[in-house]
Design a protein around this ligand. Sequence first.
Ligand code: ADP
Length: 210
Amino acid sequence: SEIATLADLYASQTLHPSNDTLPNATSKYNAQISLIRTDITTLATDAIVNAANDSLLGGGGVDGAIHRAAGPNLLRDCRRLNGCDTGDAKITDAYRLPCKKVIHAVGPIYDSASARRAGGHEKLLASCYTRSLDLAEESGCRSIAFSALSTGVYGYPSGEAAETAIKAVKGWLEEDEGRAGRMERVVFCSFLEKDERAYERLIPRFFPPA
Ligand code: ADP
């Protein structure tokens, strides 16, 4: 099945080992914007963003990895949240993870009828990024790492997803004068090479090197 294939692919990845408190892999783009290819559960940014499903009760992919690494208290907290709409996000503590908060964002299934009814997958994916940034800011987080929402089992093509993600982050940072100072670092954490390549190609377009 597709899930078994993805699980095999995830298991076979050799990734950048990260013991950094803040990944600083991309000063070539912009001091604020980083790109790293690693297991997001190893990152010690203030917040990490999970690609959850609308039940918030756990799933495969990055969600499974986050719950395994955080321990059972994370699921206990998620149960109390009563799910989450597609395009929205909710925040919890991070328990055994090195980050402080986990933001559970529910991305759209690419080109699905439900996403079309809700205004289109692009709008929903963009709102996952801006809602996550809102929640991070409200909780006093100064750094955030995003997984590549919707690009796994939800089937979003890497390039389209990366462009929407980068545009949404840029728009959010530029919306308010003070924000760029308060959110010191935004990390795009990819896991597969195809996603990393899409970000490498697109980040300089939106965040030109200094
Ligand atoms: P979705 O259902 O939103 O597509 P998935 O978890 O299937 O969610 O995939 C989202 C992204 O997370 C994919 O790009 C996948 O490669 C990536 N991913 C999977 N495991 C990890 C991990 N441990 N750390 C970071 N990213 C991961």
